[in-house]
Design a protein around this ligand. Structure first.
Ligand SMILES: [Zn+2]
Length: 234
């Protein structure tokens, strides 16, 4: 059973449609689905699987979903803050070391200052906004809503790659950034997180895209694990 089928199976158990997964008439009942879900390792992927495809069950697991989102995003935010603080410290040291205590400025010191300045700039460019943690709820809500409503990319048909004569096997689809899904416009994403478009594109885009890519990866992994459990049970 493919991962799209297990997603369908999860959502169909709330509707009249029953999906057969072992070739027999009918499919697993609710208890069997719940039992199979319990074998999917706990974490963000499993919470997303439920939030997206079985919202009634997801509703009861808001706290678990919150914790799983925090567990994914907070360490990356902390890592960036540390990297930025380290780069700032190194830059300060390099500056202070130029002709330290009246000595002559050497070429090595100049090179080190340029290197430290560039490293600080790189860390700044890559860092998420300072108030990312305060906005985490709004960001997660918007990312999950985009996942729930996303359609196949019209350019690559969800295959993530496009045929390209120059590249063997095709190149990564630029339209969807290789995700296979039609991306929402920056304007829509901005609206969803309560920011304007320029704030989105200047500050929030990197964290939004990071969260979307990682949420998708976690959800797909959980869907594959769920599919494996159901296949073994059949
Ligand atoms: Zn595409």
């Amino acid at each position: 059973m493919g991962i799209n089928e297990v997603r369908e199976l999860l959502s169909s158990r709330t509707g009249p449609k029953t999906l057969s997964f072992d070739g027999s008439a009918g499919g697993p009942n609710t208890e069997e689905i719940v039992a199979a879900l319990a074998y999917v390792p706990q974490g963000l992927g499993r919470e997303l699987l439920q939030a997206l495809w079985w919202p009634e069950s997801g509703q009861r697991r808001r706290e678990q979903l919150r914790q799983a989102v925090v567990a994914l995003v907070a360490p990356e935010f902390t890592r960036q803050m540390h990297a930025l603080a380290d780069a700032r410290t190194q830059f300060g040291i390099a500056k202070a070391s130029m002709g330290w205590c009246g000595g002559v400025v050497t070429d090595a010191q100049r090179r080190e200052l340029r290197r430290a300045e560039q490293a600080l700039e790189d860390a700044r460019v890559g860092a998420w906004p300072n108030n990312t943690m305060e906005q985490l709820g709004a960001l997660a809500g918007a990312v999950i809503a985009e996942m729930a409503g996303s359609c196949e990319c019209p350019r690559c048909g969800g295959r993530k790659v496009v045929r390209n004569g120059a590249v063997a096997g095709g190149g990564s689809c630029e339209h969807c950034g290789g995700s296979g899904f039609e991306p929402l416009s920056g304007r829509k994403r901005a609206g969803a997180i309560g920011a304007d478009w320029s704030a989105y594109s200047r500050f929030w885009r990197t964290v939004y895209e990071w969260m979307l890519a990682n949420f998708r990866a976690e959800e797909s992994r959980a869907a594959r694990q769920f599919s494996k459990v159901l296949t073994q049970a059949a």
